[in-house]
Design a binder for this molecule. Sequence first.
Ligand SMILES: O=P([O-])(O)O[C@H]1O[C@H](COP(=O)(O)O)[C@@H](O)[C@H](O)[C@H]1O
Ligand SMILES: [Mg+2]
Length: 578
Amino acid sequence: MALSPAVQQRIDTWLTPAYDADTQAEIKQLVDSHQDDALNDAFYRSLEFGTGGLRGLMGAGSNRMNRYTLGMAAQGLSNYLKQSFPNEPISAAIAHDSRNNSRKFAELVANIFSANGITAYLFDDLRPTPELSFAIRHLGCQSGCVITASHNPKEYNGFKVYWNDGAQVVSPHDTNIITEVNKITDVSEVKFEGNPNLIHIIGKEVDDAYLAEVKKLSIDPAAVRAQHDLGIVYTPLHGSGVKLVPPALAEFGFTNVSLVQAQATPDGNFPTVQSPNPEEKSAMQLALDQAKAQNADLVLATDPDADRVGVGVKNDQGEWVLLNGNQTAALLTHYILSARARTGKHQPHDFIVYTIVTSEILGDIAHHYGVTYYRTLTGFKYIAGLIRELMGQQQYICGGEESYGFLIGDFVRDKDAVSACALVAEMAAVAKAQGRTLYEEMQRMYTQFGLYVEDLISLTKKGQRGAEEIQEMMKNLRQNPPKSLAGSPVVEIRDYQTGKLHNLQTGTETPTGVESSNVLQFLTAAGDKVSARPSGTEPKIKFYFSVKEPLASIADYEPTHKKAEAKIKQIIEEMQLQ
Ligand SMILES: O=P([O-])(O)O[C@H]1O[C@H](COP(=O)(O)O)[C@@H](O)[C@H](O)[C@H]1O
Ligand SMILES: [Mg+2]
């Protein structure tokens, strides 16, 4: 592929002395070996804010995570913060995960903030993302950030940016920050030289304050005391969860927690897994093996920045199985809402939130307990946005999403796998006290609300070509939407890009009620649902499937589950996704 003049110009700029020798050497090596595709992918655009902030492969180039792209982002953010809070001292908290370069990048951002007169509260070591969100509120900062690429493979890193309420930035701040970043045309505009007087190292005092809040989330401390020796195997997958998940479980009163030692040391190479993602079975294997060997009751896992929680339980055959994000979110929502109802804590203004690609069982559960529920676009920042919007009018109880994110209470404004681990363990303890496993609790829940079976297919399509292919697939789906799925006619098409819900039976159109996003949903007469959207954090297109079957009793669980799975398989084949 020939390089466009714009790409060539960017490459030439990056080969000037404004960029360090290593950066230049890395680019030169690609130029000399004529790797045009690699050069194009590294330079064809600038890294953009996606679902979870800035995220990209580490390396040289405008479309890569490196000290220059991060430096420009931090400088743009500094400029925007000074515009947004013109007459007050500004401070920002900074955290990072276990990735290679994460500490270095966190220090770089602290230097840039301080050089711009912004007080930087930098954590002394790696920390979970939810603690950063907490720290912003706790320290009264205007902003904050985490250096992390979450659960992405080791080659990636990223920059999650937060506002003064502890939530990741959404419109208009996200686009305004990008505008400021784009105004920086020359890397010499970035103030790399830090002011040590404005950099404060934080650590244990914030941990303690955060853990004290987490402890208050316990609903049934007596049950935990009675089952304190519940066998828990926990893996931080080489990430930051190791800092706070074991202390949080200890605060709740659990005494029998064993770590997966091979994954307990933070390591940016994530040597025992392909991807440090609790969504992936292979990443959970060591923990499951250990749980089996120890005859434990529960497996818990967190991703490198400890905002995603993975759960493993024993099924009715005594085999270890993993819960998906919908199942964990549904169990937690059910546990929390039913406990609030039982103990008289339920208030008329309570609400829960989930995203449009998350299981509708969450809405059914909320409805059952008389709790208001809202749906947002994918991204926990939208859930946090709703908490902010409804502050003072309604009371946020909990929220969750299919991608293993959950948040209980509002002292953190991002998904929190630390508090979620503690509550999942409590749920398992309460179930055990009644002679049941979490798996049985889940089956019982499905007999009450119907069996929801969900599945996800992610197709990876890398680089500029991949991105174009993904756009093409979305376009094709818009032009040729499926007419039926698994034998049931499609009765509604939701296009979140145009903002319209099309009822195909009545011909009516209603607004989606959320901002525009490239998401399509197809709903059938049978109540099944398929959603399609490009990922905002990885080079992937995602297809979400949801099928619902009535479930009269636990005895019918297996055959009903098989039937639902077969239906999903059929839909996947019909849509030619496999
Ligand atoms: O990656 P994380 O854990 O920071 O999580 C972020 O990305 C996930 C995947 O987004 P996408 O489907 O666009 O890739 C979102 O579901 C989540 O709300 C967001 O906080
Ligand atoms: Mg994460």
